[in-house]
Structures are given as C-alpha cells and as structure tokens.
Write a protein that binds this ligand. Structure first.
Ligand code: GDP
Ligand code: MN
Length: 330
C-alpha cells in the first residue's frame, strides 16, 4: 500500500504551493548532448515535471542548435543557455606555465586520471569558484548540479530546495568518498594556513572532525562527490567562502596539482558552516558511473518507487565515507 502525497504543480495558483528561488544547472559540451538528454529525462520524470524549476546550461563554447533543441524539448520549464566568460575558465596569466605543464606531464607518467588535462583543470576551478558568479545564475539562490549521463532512481516527492531553505541548509549531497591524495598533495596545508590566518571564518560547530582523524593535522580524504550538489549560492558568494577560494586559488594548486571542485567545495562547507547545515539526501536515488546511492530505508525506497537496488548502494563500499559521516553526525 503506497500513499502518495498530492504533488505541487507550478500551474496551480494555490498560495499553499511554495517554491524556492532555485535552478537546475548543467555544465556540458556540445558533444555531451546524448548524456545531457538522459540526465534531464530522468530528473524531469522523477522530480521536475511536478515542480517546473528552470534549467540553466553552461558551456565554455556556444551551444549549437542541435544541443539546444534536444534538451529544450524535454521540459515545459524555462531553459537558458550561457557561454562562460574566458576569464572564468582559462588558466590565469600569473600561473607559471612551465611549472604547470611539468606537473601535468608528471601526472600522466604516474597514471593519474585526467592528470594531463588542462580543460579538466579549468572545469574544476570554474566549478570551485566561478559558476555562481555567471550572469545566468545571478537571479538564483539555490541550484541543483546535474551532469550528463547521471541517473535519478527515485521519485522526489518533496521539494529539496524548499527543504534547504526552511531548515537553514547550505550544502546537500548523496555520495561521499575518499579523494586520490595524489591530485591534492598540498591542498590540506593550504587549508590549514587559511584557517590559521582567518579564524573568524571557521564555523564553531564545523565538520572538520569528519575530514581529519587527528584533530586537523592530516586530511583523511573524505569529501562529498560534487557531481551531485544541491546548495545555497549565497554561501559560495559570501565573504568566508570567497576569501577561502581566493586563498586557495592564489596557491595555483588547480594547475600545479589537480585540485578538484569536490574536495574544495567539501572542505569549504565543512570548515565554514556548521555541521547542521550539511544535508545528506538519503532519499534521493542517484547514480554517476560507477557508483550509486540507493536509499536503504524501506519506507523511503517504496515511497520513491526506486528503480535501484539498495543492496548495491555505494554507502557500504569500503571506498565510501558514509559510515564515517554517520558516526560523526551521531
Ligand atoms: P568526472 O565526473 O570527474 O569524470 O568529469 P566529467 O567529464 O563528468 O566532467 C564534469 C562536468 O564538467 C560535466 O558536467 C561535464 O560535462 C563538464 N565538463 C568537463 N570538461 C568540460 C569542458 O571542457 N567544457 C565544458 N563545457 N564542460 C566540461
Ligand atoms: Mn562526471
């Protein structure tokens, strides 16, 4: 016996239907059109056909007509397409290119994933510190990050944006795991320097205990997997995170190493917000190759009519940080 709550509908003029100031956001290339369609089809079916949040697509090149046509047909909500300004995407001129290219070559030799890629580094830096400054995102406070070729396995019956707003949440995730330390050799020391120089920004009830097992000396690598994010851009735009990003950026680690937006966002949220502002969206069945989060709670799985197998949820994988998160939050 399933009970389905009445769903809000954007065409419903009832004052009881509350929506948040939010958008669905996808960064993609023209060549990602098939994957973009698959992700969008899933999220529209499982969530957005009932909520009608607008979509924003960003690209470092103009989207072509084929891409625009194929994604626009999938929704009745507004869709907009933006080009990323060059200074938000490219390696800044003050980076020592000789040092950066030597670092890329070394990572190729060491077989580190995306180790030789400059565009991947541009993408990580853009996602860490720039996307929320793009003009198409200025009207919005909350965003849901969606990537090409991801899957949503459960009906999402409540509005996660409204939930974030009503419960003073800043950052929401579904999957947490260990980072490859070889991509971030000096990130943690830069974070420690920042925290020592700017103690006023460190949140009193922060989550550093989730990321370090020795009181902050060493990083254990746990971070939130940022290909799924529901978050508050007022936090990224605020004084504390802006100072944090600028400090990290000044170290050049996005180019001299291969700092990912996942550890940067995660450590930023852990250090600069209280632990109660970080939300694990356990009811959201989510898959990004090769990992899936599937709700293990039977009531959530049933209510969501989930198409994933809870027994294969990444939460129990040895590479997942979920058990650490649950212990930390207990
Ligand atoms: P992975 O998940 O770390 O393996 O990285 P992805 O290849 O999925 O890239 C992460 C996100 O950035 C996805 O939304 C991609 O579509 C997007 N992306 C990566 N590289 C580029 C690029 O050079 N240009 C654009 N426009 N998007 C990119
Ligand atoms: Mn991806």
């Amino acid at each position: 016996e399933f009970e389905s709550a009445p769903l809000p509908n954007a065409t419903d003029s009832s004052p009881l239907v509350r929506r948040a100031n939010a958008t669905l956001l996808m960064l993609a290339r023209n060549s990602d059109a098939d994957g973009a369609v698959r992700s969008m089809r899933d999220l529209e079916d499982r969530f957005n056909r009932n909520f009608q949040y607008p979509w924003v697509f960003l690209n470092d090149e103009p989207f072509d007509d084929n891409f625009k046509k194929r994604v626009s047909v999938l929704t009745t909500a507004p869709v907009s397409f933006g080009v990323i300004p060059k200074d938000m995407w490219h390696q800044p001129p003050w980076i020592d290119e000789e040092r950066a290219s030597a670092a890329r070559q070394k990572m190729v030799d060491d077989n580190i994933i995306y180790g030789g890629s400059l565009s991947y580094r541009n993408m990580c830096r853009f996602n860490s510190g720039f996307f929320y400054r793009h003009e198409l995102l200025q009207p919005y406070r909350y965003y849901w990050r969606v990537e090409p070729d991801v899957h949503f396995h459960c009906n999402i019956n409540i509005d996660p944006f409204v939930y974030m707003q009503d419960n003073n949440k800043t950052y929401g995730f579904t999957i947490t795991m260990y980072e490859f330390q070889a991509t971030i050799p000096t990130l943690w020391s830069a974070v420690r320097e920042f925290a020592a120089l700017n103690p006023q920004y460190v949140a009193r009830d922060n989550s550093m205990g989730f990321m370090s097992d020795d009181g902050g000396t060493k990083y254990n690598g746990c971070h939130f997997w940022s290909n799924f994010e529901i978050a508050d851009m007022d936090f990224w735009r605020g004084e504390a995170y802006s100072a944090f990003f600028n400090y990290l950026d000044s170290k050049g680690g996005f180019y001299y190493e291969r700092w990912g937006d996942a550890p940067v966002h995660s450590i930023g949220a852990a250090l600069l917000t209280s632990r109660s502002q970080i939300q694990f969206f356990r009811e959201v069945g989510y898959e990004h190759n090769p990992y899936t989060h599937c709700p293990k709670e039977e009531d959530l799985w049933e209510r969501g009519r989930c198409s994933c197998d809870p027994a294969r949820s990444f939460d129990y994988d040895g590479y997942s940080c979920m058990s650490r998160w649950e212990k930390f939050m207990d």
